[in-house]
Design a protein. Structure first.
Length: 193
């Protein structure tokens, strides 16, 4: 059987809706964002109007980040419909990073929202993850795309969930959400959307 089908069946078996969520922060996110049935006019402006992209739109709209960093090719975040400042990592790498001894050094920056389109190897993506940790705040939101697309992606997702700085993770099957809220107990949620 195909890996994606097996992963989806496991996801369905383990997933919950808002009734299985006891964290007020996650409950609000699920009920006010994930399950928001509003037909936003901006949906028509999306390059791809899939269920996943509509959810991604609602998540960005819900958190209203000032700055977004997108890592990886093939954009999912449409720059035309958000008022946030969106930077592609490749542009950022060329313009704002200095390379010294094969190590990237970030200037003092904060990214409120980071979208990782997992198009690199696990090692490269983990390097990006570690490299970007100094930019987090308590309210940072990271989304990692296609966490179940392959065994390698699932392994990467497991490593992220166990990272000591990561407090809350949410698996929506198509992407994983990562939060660093120090006031929260470490917890992982699997949410049907």
């Amino acid at each position: 059987m195909n890996h994606l089908i097996i992963s989806y069946l496991k996801f369905l078996w383990n997933s919950k809706d808002q009734h299985g969520v006891h964290s007020p922060f996650v409950f609000d996110l699920v009920t006010k964002c994930f399950y928001d049935k509003t037909k936003f006019p901006e949906y028509s402006l999306l390059k791809n109007t899939s269920k996943k992209n509509k959810l991604l739109f609602r998540v960005v709209r819900y958190f209203q980040p000032k700055t977004i960093l997108e890592i990886g090719n093939s954009t999912e975040i449409d720059t035309n419909i958000f008022s946030s400042e969106i930077t592609k990592f490749e542009e950022f790498q060329k313009n704002k990073l200095s390379k010294n001894d094969n190590t990237f050094h970030f200037p003092l920056l904060t990214f409120h929202f980071i979208y990782i389109n997992k198009s690199h190897s696990q090692k490269t993506t983990l390097d990006y993850f570690e490299m970007l940790l100094p930019t987090i705040t308590n309210d940072s939101v990271w989304i990692i795309n296609d966490i179940h697309e392959s065994i390698e992606n699932e392994n990467f997702w497991d490593i992220i969930k166990k990272h000591p700085k990561v407090k809350v993770t949410i698996d929506t099957f198509h992407f994983g959400m990562v939060f660093f809220r120090v006031e929260q107990e470490k917890e992982h949620f699997v949410i049907r959307v």
